[in-house]
Design a protein around this ligand. Structure first.
Ligand code: KG4
Ligand code: ZN
Length: 334
C-alpha cells in the first residue's frame, strides 16, 4: 500500500510517499519557512498557515513526480493532527481530507511526536522493541518507555522549557539569528570548557523530570556580568565559551536522566528523536552510554513528511473514511 504523509504542524511543510509493503520511502519533499519567520525572531502562526496553503499542492505534485507515481496510486493519506499550531494543522488536515475524499481513499490521523519517535526507523533497521526514547524537540523534552508501536509510557519530561526551546531562547539572548539552536551548537564547538559553569537543573531530583528555563536565566546573568566588562558586544571567544557551557549543561542533564532511566527499565537500546537530536555534543555523550544508541538521520531530525508517512503506515488499522475533521493543537502522546 502506498501511504502519503503530510506534515504542517509548525514551520515546515513536508510530504512523503511511503510503501508499507516493502517498508520503503519512495520520495519526500519539504519546504522550511525558517527564512520567512527569521525576520520576526520567531514563528508567526498566521504567516505559517498561509505559507502551508501555498506549498501543499506543489510539494505534493513534486513528491509524486519524484516517486514516479500519480494521485491514483495513493492508497491512504496520513496527516499530522497535532500537537502544533491550530491554523497550521488545519491546512494539512483540510488538504488531506479533501484529497482523500476526492480520491475515495481513507485518512489516518498521526500524532506529531509519534512521527518523531519512529523517525529513526526510516534509516535504521536494527532497532528492537522495547527501547527507551529521548524525544528532544523545539516543543517537547520527554523520556519514554516504548514497548511497541502505540505503547508509550512517559517516564519524565521537562516541567518548563523544552531543550530546543532553551537552545533557541539562549541563542536569542546572545544575539544569534532565529532559529538559533543549531547556530549556538556550532559556536559551542569553538568555545573552551570550564570558562563558565552553569547549573544542571534537577539533575539530582531522583526522577526523570527536567527543567531548562532556569538555565536560560543563569546564562542571562552571566551575559549581563560580561557586558559590564566588555560593553554590549561581547568578544566572540566569550560568547563561544558561554555557548559551550550552556550546551554542556543541557547535555549533562539529558545524559544523566537517560542513564538513570536505562538503569530503571533495564532496556539496552536508546532511540533519540527530534531536532535537538541533531546536536553533535549530545550525540557524542549519549554514545558513551552502556547501551545501543540510535539517532535519526539528520534530515529526519527536524519536521518532515517522511516521519508522518512512516507513522501512518504503522497504523493502517486506524484508516477511516475522509470527511469532517478536527485538529488537536494540544495532545499528549500517551
Ligand atoms: O523537532 P523540531 O523540528 O521541532 C519541533 O517539532 O518542536 O526541532 C526544532 C528544534 C529547534 O528548537 C532547534 O533549535 C533545535 O531543534 N535544534 C538544535 C540543533 N538543531 C536543531 N538544537 C541544538 N543543537 C542542534 N544542532
Ligand atoms: Zn517536530
Amino acid at each position: 500500500m502506498l501511504v502519503f504523509g503530510i506534515e504542517s504542524s509548525c514551520d515546515e511543510t513536508g510530504v512523503a510517499l511511503f510503501d508499507s509493503d516493502s517498508q520503503t520511502l519512495l520520495a519526500h519533499t519539504l519546504h522550511t519557512q525558517m527564512a520567512m519567520h527569521a525576520e520576526y525572531g520567531g514563528v508567526v502562526p498566521e504567516l505559517a498557515s498561509r505559507d502551508h496553503i501555498r506549498r501543499l499542492v506543489p510539494l505534493t505534485n513534486e513528491c509524486l513526480q519524484k516517486a514516479g507515481k500519480t494521485y491514483a496510486d495513493i492508497h491512504a493519506i496520513g496527516y499530522t493532527q497535532g500537537p502544533g499550531l491550530g491554523g497550521a494543522l488545519l491546512t494539512g488536515a483540510a488538504f488531506a481530507n479533501a484529497l482523500a475524499f476526492a480520491l475515495n481513499i481513507p485518512v489516518i490521523e498521526v500524532h506529531h511526536l509519534e512521527g518523531h519517535l519512529l523517525s529513526p526507523f526510516l534509516s535504521e533497521k536494527n532497532i528492537r522493541f522495547p527501547f527507551l526514547a529521548l524525544l528532544v524537540s523545539g516543543g517537547h523534552t520527554q523520556i519514554m518507555a516504548v514497548e511497541a508501536v502505540g505503547k508509550y509510557t512517559l517516564l519524565g519530561e521537562s516541567i518548563d522549557d523544552a531543550a530546543g526551546e532553551a537552545f533557541d531562547k539562549t541563542a536569542k539572548l546572545l544575539g544569534l539569528p532565529y532559529p538559533g539552536g543549531a547556530k549556538l551548537s556550532q559556536l559551542a564547538e569553538l568555545g573552551k570548557d570550564g570558562a563558565f559553569d552553569f547549573p544542571r537543573p534537577m539533575i539530582h531530583s531522583g526522577d526523570f523530570e527536567m527543567s531548562f528555563s532556569g538555565l536560560k536565566t543563569a546564562v542571562l546573568t552571566a551575559v549581563n556580568q560580561e557586558r559590564q566588562k566588555y560593553g554590549d558586544r561581547l568578544p566572540e571567544s566569550v560568547r563561544n565559551d558561554i555557548c559551550r557551557a550552556f550546551q554542556t549543561a543541557v547535555v549533562d542533564v539529558l545524559y544523566s536522566k537517560v542513564k538513570a532511566a536505562l538503569g530503571q527499565t533495564g532496556f539496552t537500546q536508546v532511540v533519540v528523536a527530534g531536532g535537538v537530536g541533531a546536536n553533535a555534543a549530545l550525540r557524542a555523550k549519549l554514545k558513551t552510554l552502556n547501551a545501543e544508541v540510535f539517532f535519526p538521520a539528520h534530515e529526519w531530525c527536524t519536521d518532515n513528511g517522511a516521519m508522518i508517512a512512516y507513522a501512518a503506515a504503522q497504523h493502517l488499522d486506524k484508516a477511516h473514511q475522509a470527511g469532517g475533521f478536527t485538529v488537536k493543537p494540544r495532545w499528549r502522546l500517551q
